[in-house]
Structure formats: structure tokens, C-alpha cells
Design a protein around this ligand. Structure first.
Ligand code: ADP
Length: 191
């Protein structure tokens, strides 16, 4: 199986690039942000809970997020592999993912990290907020909070995957096609 963590701060382009990569490599895209937003739209119990965190720019608690992610993987039992987008975001999530995948006889192949300067992230998120309807993209204070959460809790995962020799940094600035090519070049070394 090819299991990729597509990593990077909010606004780095994980969603855009995931959509372009899944067809080429025949992978299932699991975006925790998308799954939460779907549940929010449908007003499910999970959606109502997630909303209270997401609208502040905070992380949804690990237990809830991990259980949701595992259920999604289990419901795609025929998948040839996954792109994890927005997961893991904490050390606890990364450990849970390793244990869970090991129990299925598989593992993360690599973490591909999109690298983008913070000034560029804020510009991109505010721009996306104009059309996406995402409340968390429209308020500079919430954006700042999300980037801070990334710096405090999520960025350390680079060390986590480096320790396993699985960290790959990719420049996330330039044309979408060029960034896809850089990612493909790295992915092709894994298969
Ligand atoms: P972005 O990468 O642009 O911040 P996402 O769509 O990935 O946006 O996530 C939106 C929000 O959903 C996050 O700010 C967070 O509140 C919540 N969320 C997404 N993934 C996770 C996760 N793995 N753990 C906790 N909360 C998450």
C-alpha cells in the first residue's frame, strides 16, 4: 500500500494537491477537515461538536478525530492506499495512526510536507474565504490562531517522521502544476 501524509500549515495547498494526486496514484483522499465540514453541514452529533472547536481555530479533541479517521479507513477496505490530508495534526494522532496501520499490516510510506511562508498563507486563506464560505478562513484572528496551533502542536511532526526517515519537504510556492510535479517526483521514488 502507498500511504502518504500530505502535510503543511493551513493554506499550504494540501487539499488542492491531494485532489490532483489521487487519480494518478489510485489513492483514497481522507481529509479530516472535509469530513468535519460535511458533518457540520449535516448537523450530525460529530458536526455539532467539531463546529465548537473549528470556529475558534482550535483542534478537535484527539479521541474524536482518531476514532473518526479510523472509521473512514475501515470503510475503505478495498483502497490501494490513502492520502491523509489534515491528519495527523498532533503527536498523539501520529502515534495512533502508526499503531492502527500496523494492526492492518501496513504503514505510512512518507510524509510530504508543503513548505510555504506564513505571509503567503494568510493571503491565500483570506482569498479562499471570499469564495469557500468557510468562516474559519474569513477572520484574520482565527487564521492567526490556526497557524499558531500548527506551530505549537503540528509542526513537531516533521521530527516524528524524520526519525523514521519518512520526512520529505517540498516547496509549496509556484504554479499548482509545478508543485504537483515536485510531489510526483518524490512519490515515484516510493513505488
Ligand atoms: P486547514 O488545513 O486549511 O486549516 P482543514 O480543512 O484541514 O483546514 O481543517 C479545518 C479545521 O478542522 C481545523 O482548523 C481543525 O479545527 C479541524 N481539524 C482538521 N483536522 C484535524 C485534526 N487532525 N485534529 C484536530 N482537528 C482537526
Amino acid at each position: 500500500m502507498l500511504n502518504l501524509v500530505l502535510f503543511g500549515p493551513p493554506g499550504a495547498g494540501k487539499g488542492t494537491q491531494s485532489a490532483l494526486l489521487i487519480d494518478k496514484y489510485n489513492l483514497v483522499h481522507l481529509s479530516t477537515g472535509d469530513i468535519f465540514r460535511y458533518n457540520m453541514k449535516e448537523n450530525t452529533e460529530l458536526g455539532i461538536l467539531a463546529k465548537s472547536y473549528i470556529e475558534k481555530g482550535a483542534l478537535v479533541p484527539d479521541e474524536v478525530t482518531i476514532a473518526m479517521l479510523e472509521a473512514e479507513v475501515n470503510s475503505n477496505s478495498k483502497a490501494k492506499g490513502f492520502i491523509f490530508d489534515g491528519f495527523p495534526r498532533t503527536h498523539k494522532q501520529a502515534e495512533a495512526l502508526d499503531t492502527f496501520l500496523a494492526s492492518k499490516g501496513t504503514a505510512i510510506s512518507a510524509m510530504l510536507a508543503l513548505e510555504v511562508e506564513v505571509e503567503e498563507l494568510v493571503v491565500r486563506l483570506l482569498e479562499r474565504g471570499k469564495s469557500s464560505g468557510r468562516a474559519d478562513d474569513q477572520n484574520p484572528k482565527i487564521i492567526k490562531n490556526r497557524i499558531q496551533v500548527y506551530d505549537n502542536e503540528t509542526a513537531i511532526l516533521k521530527d516524528y517522521y524524520s526519525a523514521q526517515n519518512k520526512f520529505v519537504g517540498v516547496k509549496g510556492v509556484g504554479s499548482i502544476t509545478d508543485i504537483t510535479s515536485s510531489l510526483c517526483k518524490e512519490i515515484d521514488t516510493l513505488i
